[in-house]
Design a binder for this molecule. Structure first.
Ligand SMILES: [Zn+2]
Length: 476
């Protein structure tokens, strides 16, 4: 029997705020355990939460950017459960009145565009972290408790592990463009749980789903979904039933393993958080936040193809990161061929960045300097080969290409005698071009400059070449 896969993803994203969701504690990653806590996030008796306005703004911004219906009225609820890393015994979350409902995330897969529908994006606080010592004993770090988290829930609208992967890449890109989160998976700023079921092709009713937790990379999300789809297919094919359960991804053995079954699942007993008033937002507020949304990667991708005539592949790389896209645009706007800019970025630029492990913003090569470098190649001042060495030096020192060329003596031929020699020999062996020039074709002079530069392996001073050639031609 042929089956089809149905996947829904829940993504937890830590918002880029300086303080926690309901108190003033720092959100900085990597501090000593339990140094960023206070009576509010520890849930001590008699304390009251105070809402983080910035977290609300970032969640509204995300909702508007992904086309959600952002509510004028939302409230917070208590989600009750006992867990050792949740000192209050409840988590403040949103239940029946979330901030954002609906919306979609655009993906491209095998050239086809598709929008993955969202159920909701709501705001909640994070729990802490248990630390298990290898030598025995466990501790709890509550620095993370109370951090503002956005939960982005997709509809069961994803039809393959590849689509799930594309969805996560697109979502992360969008969130980073918006600047709402750093989306750093290693630091837990972005976490993903996946729901997957299969059903015989053509059947409308959903099959029994399993949930996969503990996914620490997009590649593992894809791998675990591929494994789980096969496992379920094998089970159903063998006449077994799928049990609704939570499974973990075992990245060492590349398989999912059962964690707990539905019988143990929690009944959260939600009720409205009595210590927080509902959030009422007006359309003026939405307009203001909407004004802060940048051009999103998907739209920028299409514009790059239309405006700069980039290939789909090039446009994909150029828009993969907002800073990179800005750098590409700034460079291209300085009168150089955008395709050449894209090639430089995809080649030497990203290679040096990956080797040096620096952010695009911290790169010392500024866009006017890359534009100058490309112009210097176009003018024949330096060869493409020399330009690579010049770029490597620019990347390290931040010097302008002209400075590097001068300091390294890359323009070696500057004395008139040797350039005259090159001109003589080029003119001698290209008598046809000389004849063209004599018969009035003035553009032949430009062609000759190119030939002379080539003959000197790009090392002749182009200004002198032009001057001396002009003198020579006027005497013909
Ligand atoms: Zn606190």
């Amino acid at each position: 029997m042929e089956y089809e896969i149905v996947i829904g993803l829940e993504v937890h994203v830590q918002l880029n705020t300086l303080s926690k969701m309901f108190c003033g504690c720092s959100t900085k990653f990597g501090a000593e355990p339990n140094t960023q806590t206070c009576p509010v996030c520890l849930g001590l008796p008699g304390v009251l939460p105070v809402m983080n306005e910035e977290a609300i703004r970032l969640t509204v911004k995300t909702g508007l950017a992904f086309g959600c219906k952002v509510s004028n009225f939302c409230k917070f609820d208590r989600k009750n459960y006992y867990y050792p890393d949740l000192p209050k015994n409840y988590q403040i979350s949103q239940y029946d009145k979330p901030l954002n409902v609906g919306g979609s995330v655009p993906i491209r897969i095998k050239g086809e565009k598709k929008a993955i529908k969202l159920t909701r994006i709501h705001l909640e606080e994070d729990a802490g972290k248990l630390v298990h010592n290898i030598c025995g004993g466990s501790g709890v770090d509550l620095n993370r408790t109370g951090l503002p988290l956005m939960e982005i829930v997709s509809e069961p609208d994803i039809q393959s592990p590849d689509e799930a992967y594309a969805y996560l890449v697109s979502l992360k890109q969008g969130l980073k463009y918006l600047g709402v989160s750093d989306c750093n998976m290693e630091e837990g700023s972005l976490r993903c749980d996946a729901n997957i079921s299969i059903r015989p092709k053509g059947v409308l009713q959903l099959g029994t789903k399993t949930e996969i937790k503990n996914l620490n990379s997009f590649a593992n999300v894809k791998k675990s979904l591929e494994y789980e789809a096969k496992r379920q297919e094998k089970a159903l094919g063998g006449g077994e039933r799928i049990i609704q359960e939570t499974r973990l991804w075992d990245a060492v053995n590349n398989k999912t393993v059962s964690m707990r079954s539905k019988e143990e699942a929690h009944d959260y007993r939600y009720f409205p958080e009595p210590d927080l008033v509902p959030v009422v937002l007006d359309d003026e507020y939405f307009r203001k936040v909407a004004g802060e949304i940048p051009e999103m990667p998907d739209i920028r991708y299409e514009r790059f193809i239309a405006e700069y005539k980039l290939s789909e592949y090039d446009a994909g790389v150029m828009t993969s990161d907002r800073d990179l896209a800005d750098f590409f645009e700034e460079t291209s706007k300085q009168g150089v061929d955008p395709k050449k800019v894209a090639n430089w970025i995809m080649g030497d630029f990203l290679k040096e960045i990956n080797t040096a492990k620096v952010g695009i913003c911290d790169v010392k090569v500024k866009s006017p300097d890359l534009a100058s470098l490309i112009k210097l190649i176009d003018e024949g001042t330096i060869s493409g080969k020399i330009a690579k060495d010049v770029f490597a030096e620019m990347f390290v020192s931040g010097k302008k290409p002209e400075t590097v060329i001068r300091e390294k003596g890359l323009i070696q031929i500057s004395d008139e005698k040797s350039i005259e020699g090159v001109i003589e020999s080029v003119l001698k062996s290209n008598s046809k071009v000389v004849d063209d020039y004599k018969s009035g074709k003035k553009s032949a002079a430009g062609f000759m400059v190119g030939l002379i530069m080539k003959a000197s392996k790009g090392k002749a001073n182009p200004k002198l070449v032009n001057e001396l050639l002009k003198k020579k031609l006027s005497g013909l």
